[in-house]
Design a protein around this ligand. Sequence first.
Ligand code: TMP
Length: 215
Amino acid sequence: MAFFVTFEGPEGSGKTTQIQLLYQYLQNKGRQSREVICTREPGGTPIGEQIRAVLHDLGNTAMLPEAEVLLYSASRAQHVGEVVRPALERGAIVLSDRYAESTIAYQGYGRGLDRRALEMITEFATGGLRPDLIIYLDLDVQAGLRRKHRDQQEGRGEWTRMDQQDLAFHRRVRDGYLQMARQDPERWLVIDATQPIETIHTTIRERVEALHTSW
Ligand code: TMP
């Protein structure tokens, strides 16, 4: 059976490392018999990657929150239609580095946009497609931003327009994630991202195995 797992977290929480580890693990386990896809938002398609560049351009300081949410959602609509839904229909396991919960956290809790409007836009963009499991890597926002900044200076990862937002914004985003996770504990797996990489990977692997054991 197909399933859809998304990774969420504040900046510098180690999502990208963990999604890669899970991807490699699932690929080895499936030994080609099972399609596994690793993708991301914003991006994941040629059109989505162009939208990502606009969203993350440090020069786009004039971008309004309303334009921002529509651009993230445009990237998501393309991603769901072109990549995620067709893959799930083929029976694949789809792993995505961020998805709709980022919009509720960043544009909702962070920017303060109306929650109902965000839910309508998201429903329109995704056709109602929701993840089976949301893996949330939780980290103090200052520690995460420091980690991301260091990585970027050492040539890993990017420093984006969103990273430039003030600490209060990032704290609202993190509190928003924790609130969403508390409201839907079945779907969310909350992990302390300060733990060693291998410990986090094991926790994720065990939960994903429990999602579907017969493959
Ligand atoms: P990342 O690829 O380094 O996680 O960067 C993506 C950035 O975009 C991150 O700051 C979160 C932000 N974002 C939103 O604000 N809303 C969204 O809907 C998505 C998918 C990402």
